[in-house]
Design a protein around this ligand. Structure first.
Ligand code: F6P
Length: 342
């Protein structure tokens, strides 16, 4: 047990639905232990630029009232390149010391956790990461806060696209977020019954022209056999130029008309679904409990429905891979579809 008195909390990197629920949970749990929670605004910028006005706030129970259902983050978020520099890290450490902070909780993704690991060399306080990113790419936790909401948002959008695509018997290419991971793309693609799921795990753009021709052939065969819509979901950063470029290249190479749709930041917004609210609440409580127990340099995780702790180094070492079962499921569906031509 430690006797911490002041926890700092910030949200960093791409915001994710459920970050507010996590802030709320940390404040409520800390209140139970008579610990103050100081919110720092604008990600790590709040630590690095603490001299500028309005970068911190003592978070009261009132401040976190009625935020569990809100997307975004009441603390704002940002990426902070200064955390990659020695002077930025020293400044962040200086702020934590001068604000009498005993522990820092960061809700974010792998970039944010790399910031925590770098800060470790300059500041002696306890450090905890809470995984909040729609990308779900952190190793050691089954889910990150915000992923399930983002998947549901994208599914809702593509279901609507399907209606209009069906009406016109059109081909759509829908680009999904995830940075360099295909968790969103695979989950959304399968749940929407997409005819093609193109992601890092099952597709490489080496031999681009051959891949383009194969794709064109598959689309043409499907269109000849059944007059219906055809939806391709594609992970961002996979095809050079993304969905828009792929649509252009299919037109040039095979005279196939596709409509490209980049879902973009709509996937980051909105009210968190129940699963994300619950995950964020459990993780926020677990973060405070871990601090009270004297733990540091860990990410709060959930594995098989049980909260656990993962070394921060491990969480950022590798990107979590998409389950092979999902990848295989899509391959099997494709093969069955091709056989039956339904
Ligand atoms: O990490 C979350 C995420 O939304 C990624 O999926 C995406 O690649 C990136 O952030 C987009 O970042 P920005 O909002 O800075 O363009």
């Amino acid at each position: 047990m430690t006797t911490i008195k002041r926890i700092a909390i910030l949200t960093s990197g791409g915001d994710a639905p459920g970050m507010n629920a996590a802030i709320r949970s940390v404040v409520l749990a800390a209140h139970h232990f008579h610990i103050d929670v100081i919110g720092f605004y604008h990600g790590y910028n709040g630590l690095v630029c603490a001299e500028s006005i309005n970068q911190t706030k003592l978070l009261t129970l009132n401040d976190v009232n009625n935020i569990i259902h809100r997307g975004g983050t009441i603390l704002k978020s940002a990426r902070c390149s200064q955390m990659l520099t020695e002077s930025g890290l020293k400044q962040a450490a200086h702020t934590l010391v001068s604000e009498n902070i005993d522990a820092l909780v960061v809700v974010g993704g792998d970039g944010s956790f790399n910031g925590l690991l770098a800060l470790k060399e300059y500041w002696q306080g306890q450090l905890i990461g809470v995984p909040g990113t729609i990308d779900n790419d952190l190793d050691g936790t089954d889910f990150t806060i915000g992923f399930t909401t983002a998947v549901n948002t994208a599914i809702e959008a593509i279901d609507k696209i399907r209606d209009t695509a069906d009406a016109f018997e059109r081909i759509f290419i829908v680009e999904l977020m995830g940075r360099h991971s295909g968790h969103i793309t695979f989950n959304v693609g399968i749940a929407c019954g997409a005819e093609q799921v193109l992601s890092f795990e099952n597709f490489s753009v080496e031999d681009k022209q051959i891949k383009l021709q194969q794709l064109a052939d598959e689309i043409k065969t499907a269109q000849e056999n059944r007059h219906s819509s055809y939806i391709i979901v594609i992970a961002e950063n996979l095809w050079p130029g993304g969905a828009i470029e792929l649509a252009k290249e299919l037109k040039q190479a095979a005279s196939i008309d596709c409509t490209a749709c980049v879902l973009g930041h709509i996937q980051r917004g909105g009210s968190p679904v129940a699963k994300d609210r619950l995950l964020a609440t459990k993780m926020g409580v677990a973060a405070v409990q871990a601090l009270v127990d004297g733990k540091s340099n860990i990410m709060i995780a959930e594995q098989n429905n049980a909260i656990s702790h993962i070394e921060l180094e491990q969480a950022v070492k590798h990107h979590k891979v998409v389950s092979q079962q999902l990848v295989d499921a899509q391959e099997n569906i494709l093969a069955l579809t091709a056989q039956n031509q339904y």
